[in-house]
Design a binder for this molecule. Structure first.
Ligand SMILES: CC(C)(COP(=O)(O)OP(=O)(O)OC[C@H]1O[C@@H](n2cnc3c(N)ncnc32)[C@H](O)[C@@H]1OP(=O)(O)O)[C@@H](O)C(=O)NCCC(=O)NCCS
Length: 227
């Protein structure tokens, strides 16, 4: 069941070099020209935007998802300058009789900003917020097999590989394998303790890390899925 999203203030995050806040329709001009870059979007599941109207339609959808508690997409800034987006999307709280509390991580940076460790930093903050602020139990991430930079980021974030979805997507004329990874709220508790209090500001971590209270059947399902 979708739940109400936390406030924008709570969803404003800060890392050593970056500031993250939920993206809005007014940000459309910032996303250009990056969203029209055929190289940057090569291993993404969407095609380059042809015009700003496409970007605005996309952002309208994002705002709807956010309002419905189905996802959060953050705009990433470095010293006030836009760098890219990172999202915790497709939040699924449950299905029929089971609780799930899971979602999928996705991200991109404008090409001039690649290779400086920025996404590892931004996505790390988003994943921490997924667990500590959104109360999720699991985050998944997928990357097309040729996307070496993304696979490296995923490893650096401490995700565990689930497996290969063989010949999963037809992208620019080629059927590609997709690598699937997951991370549980309980995984990597040690590296989450290394984050100094306040470094993810605005979230619950700003005081004491706290989880959303869970019904007992969620606790049971967590035990059942723990490996
Ligand atoms: C994937 C992406 C977000 C990575 O962001 P980034 O800030 O450049 O990533 P980082 O600098 O934190 O790390 C990149 C790592 O990949 C490595 N890398 C980059 N290109 C590589 C390549 N072609 N082969 C192997 N490794 C590569 C870098 O050396 C670095 O590893 P290191 O830290 O061990 O040196 C960025 O490349 C991007 O926006 N790509 C386009 C959108 C996209 O593909 N999104 C992911 C969809 S799943």
């Amino acid at each position: 069941m979708p739940s109400r999203p936390p406030s924008r203030r709570v969803l404003t995050l800060r890392t050593e070099r970056l500031q993250l806040r939920p993206v809005t329709l007014a940000d459309a001009p910032l996303l250009w020209p990056h969203v029209a870059d055929p190289v940057m979007t090569r291993w993404l599941s969407w095609d380059p935007h042809r015009d700003e109207a496409t970007t605005r339609a996309f952002l309208r959808q994002v705002e709807e998802q956010h309002a419905a508690g189905r996802g959060v997409l953050w705009a990433i800034f470095e010293e006030g300058a836009f760098r890219g987006l990172v999202g915790i999307e497709g939040i699924r709280r449950g299905f029929l009789g089971v609780h799930m509390d899971q979602a999928e991580l996705g991200y991109w940076l404008g090409r001039p900003f690649h290779g400086r460790g920025l996404m590892t930093e931004a996505a790390g903050a988003a994943v921490r917020a997924a667990f500590d602020v959104l109360g999720l139990h699991k985050v998944r991430v997928r990357a097309m097999a040729p996307n070496a930079a993304s696979l490296r980021v995923i490893r650096k974030l401490g995700f565990r590989r689930v497996g290969t979805l063989r010949s999963e997507v037809l992208r620019r004329g080629r059927w590609l394998d997709v690598e699937l990874f997951e991370r549980l709220a309980d995984d990597g508790a040690a590296d989450r303790r290394e984050v100094s209090p306040g470094s993810v500001r605005g979230g619950r971590r700003a005081s004491a890390p706290r989880r959303r209270p869970r019904p007992s059947r969620t606790a049971a399902s967590r035990r059942a899925t723990r490996r």
